[in-house]
Ligand binder design. Structure first.
Ligand code: BGC
Length: 658
């Protein structure tokens, strides 16, 4: 379809969706594009009953926060590919995922849908996810562009963020993930520095198009458009979902001269290009339904994090196990909102999943649900008669959901108390936490011998947990977000905006960058996670391959008797700079399977972006000459090896120097 063959009215209708999930076809002239959520599995609406959307069954994959805790690029790719296979089955052209917004506060109700507090980790994993989705001929949608970091009053509160922070922290994951060429980008709800994301020309056109070179389609978040014609002028191509009034708004704006033919054509051509791409694309699924479930289990295994393991109580091989907690039977597989997936898979009770591996009977009790004791007495007696008791607690969708933020990092007092009570009957308590973001474990940590953070790990969670608890799988997840001791230790505290604005005064010091700068102790650092294996790092060598290019080599040896995967992390520190820079920043990582007693030579590449900061004075990324420290660690706070490199760019390209 050529743009010249469309009338003005047809063009304007193309700029609004036809309904909630499809684009306009102009009476069949233009191929329809069907879009569907979301990041953790397909949520394809098949009918609406009594105002409630009924969605097709699909594989409920782990949430993106769990994928991020996996630090495994291949797993992120498979997550995208597996969900896209469900899209192929339901003829969905564009999957509305992934989201790469930064976890600025652990309270954000949507953190489970996002990857990390670190832009590099978020951007690189999102890029893999996008490649996975698009490898099946289905388009991805990178969202929510940008600076949507709390859910409270998300359509109104302006994110007040300075230029350097915007570039280094909040735009960066988008910039990196755009390298994978997603078909579409979705704008956020919120204003940024006073202008709605949907009407923000600087972001939608100057940054996204001109600077980042994005050539796909920009759609709105659902109902995020406040003024239809201002959005088109700013560079928004498709308003979603259909809104009866939008056509008239656009037409009137055109007649009054507020919208030009050129502006309309620009957006129409993007819609046409997407429609043609979707139409031409050969969709091909690569996995069977069974394989999709197995992928859900595998990716959950990668991202489940062992936080505490006193006396090596886990793995629990050969021990008599009791399992308690309502979540053990009805796990929190995802959070609430648009990412909810309807799975037909009959998730086994954790007790059954364990027993199908060990062949031993595993007692079970409900014990506690979110906020009330149920069969606690039975739980105590089963715990008393077992060697070890696993108790599953966490947050359900009522507490963790799109559209609202949490008000505490703590679990419900009933859950905390239950763990403490249970420990009176059995000292070997293993706590499994299912939640969307960091949890303050202080109340029950002393009473737990082991703590496992499962996050919202999808329909495969219990198989994955059972394999980790019994030692079939060696845990290898590491936290993609810091767990502070308490909410008060975070920059934001209990603040999620004041109704007018959201403060970004911590600047680039978000997540571990914040705690490290101000010397704040944390419960579990960024990048932390235990293993049943033990790794040693040695032989750091850094090879210079260009002015700002290096390859970092080091050896990781598995000095235990257990095969395991280790996530090694490479951080860069600008030793002396003209501006305030974080103590260190993640610039590379590698997850490697290393067999017991074996070693692996790991290599990680660094380039200009590993050393640069965004100079507001020069309006560009800048690497300052001087020495940089290269830190290789098993977490952000456990640096194993360090070395230095010197960067000497031509003097006339450097601004003021020390
Ligand atoms: C969410 C988007 C989602 C859209 C469609 C919005 O509420 O913010 O992430 O894709 O709904 O369901």
């Amino acid at each position: 379809m050529r743009i010249e063959d469309l009338t003005l009215d047809e063009k304007l209708t193309l700029l609004c969706g036809r309904d909630n999930w499809t684009t306009e076809t102009c009476g069949g002239k233009v191929p329809e594009v069907r879009v569907s959520d979301g990041p953790h599995g397909l949520r394809c609406v098949v009918s609406v009953e009594n105002g409630r959307e009924i969605t097709a069954d699909a594989t409920a994959m782990p949430s993106l926060s769990v994928v991020a805790n996996g630090w495994n690029k291949r797993a992120a790719y498979e997550q995208g590919g597996t969900i896209a296979d469900d899209c192929v089955d339901h003829n969905v052209d564009v999957l509305l995922a992934p989201g790469v917004n930064i976890k600025k506060t652990p309270l954000c109700g949507r953190n489970f849908e996002y990857f990390s507090e670190d832009p590099y980790l978020a951007g690189t994993l999102a890029g893999q996810y996008i490649e996975g989705v698009q490898s099946r001929g289905v388009g991805a949608c990178l969202k929510h562009f940008c600076a949507n970091n709390v859910e409270s009053d998300r359509s109104w509160q302006s994110s007040e963020v300075d230029e350097r922070t915007l570039n280094e922290i909040y735009l960066k994951p988008f910039e990196i993930a755009l390298g994978a060429k997603p078909w579409t980008v979705m704008c956020a709800y919120n204003p940024i520095n006073g202008v709605y994301a949907s009407e923000n020309k600087k972001l939608l056109t100057h940054v996204l198009r001109d600077k980042f070179g994005f050539d796909g389609l920009v759609m709105s978040d659902w109902w995020a458009v406040h003024n239809g014609y201002k959005a088109v002028r700013a560079g928004l191509n498709l308003r979603m979902p259909h809104d009866d009034e939008n056509f008239a708004v656009l037409k009137e704006a055109y007649e009054k001269g507020y919208l030009t033919d050129e502006q309309i054509n620009e957006s129409v051509s993007r819609v046409l290009a997407l429609a043609e791409k979707a139409d031409r694309s050969e969709k091909s699924g690569k996995t069977s339904k069974e394989q999709r479930h197995l992928n859900a289990v595998k990716i959950a295994e990668e991202g489940i994090v062992l936080l505490k393991n006193e006396g090596g109580i886990l793995p629990a091989a050969g021990k008599k196990i009791a399992v308690s907690g309502v979540f053990a039977g009805a796990p929190a597989i995802g959070g609430g909102g648009s990412s909810t997936v309807q799975t037909a898979y009959k998730i086994p009770h954790l007790a059954d999943a364990i027993s199908s591996i060990t062949g031993e009977k595993v007692e079970r009790s409900m014990g506690v649900c979110e906020n009330v004791f149920v069969t606690a007495k039975l739980a105590y007696s089963q715990a008393y008669n077992a060697d070890l008791c696993v108790v599953v607690v966490g947050d359900g969708t009522a507490k963790v959901s799109e559209g609202c933020d949490r008000d505490t990092l703590k679990l419900r007092p009933e859950q905390e108390n239950f763990i403490i009570e249970l420990s009176k009957y059995n000292k070997n308590i293993v706590v499994v936490i299912e939640s969307g973001s960091a949890v303050d474990v202080s109340a029950f940590e002393p009473y737990a011998k082991a703590i496992i953070f499962a996050g919202f790990a999808g329909e495969g969670v219990n198989e994955a947990l059972a394999r980790i608890i019994t030692g079939r799988v060696c845990p290898s997840g590491k936290l993609a977000e810091t767990f502070p001791y308490a909410l008060e230790d975070t920059y934001m505290g209990n603040y999620t905006g004041d109704g007018l604005t959201v403060d970004y005064g911590e600047g680039v010091f978000v997540g571990y960058r914040y705690y490290e700068r101000y010397g704040i102790a944390v419960r579990y650092p960024f990048g932390f996670g235990l293993s049943y294996a033990k790794f040693e790092y040695s032989d750091l060598k850094i090879e210079k391959t260009g002015d700002t290019d290096f390859v970092v080599f080091y050896t990781v040896k598995n000095v235990s008797k257990v095969d395991g995967k280790e996530v090694s992390q490479v951080y860069v520190r600008d030793i002396i700079a003209m501006v305030a820079r974080p103590v260190k920043e993640l610039k590379g990582y590698s997850k490697d399977l290393i067999k017991a007693g074996e070693e692996k030579r790991v290599s990680v590449k660094l380039d200009f972006s590993s050393f640069a900061y965004y100079s507001v004075s020069l309006d560009k990324w800048l690497v300052e000459n001087g020495d940089f420290e290269i830190l290789v660690g098993s977490s952000s706070r456990d640096v194993k090896l360090s070395g230095k490199v010197r960067i000497e760019l031509p003097d006339d390209e450097q601004p003021s120097q020390i």
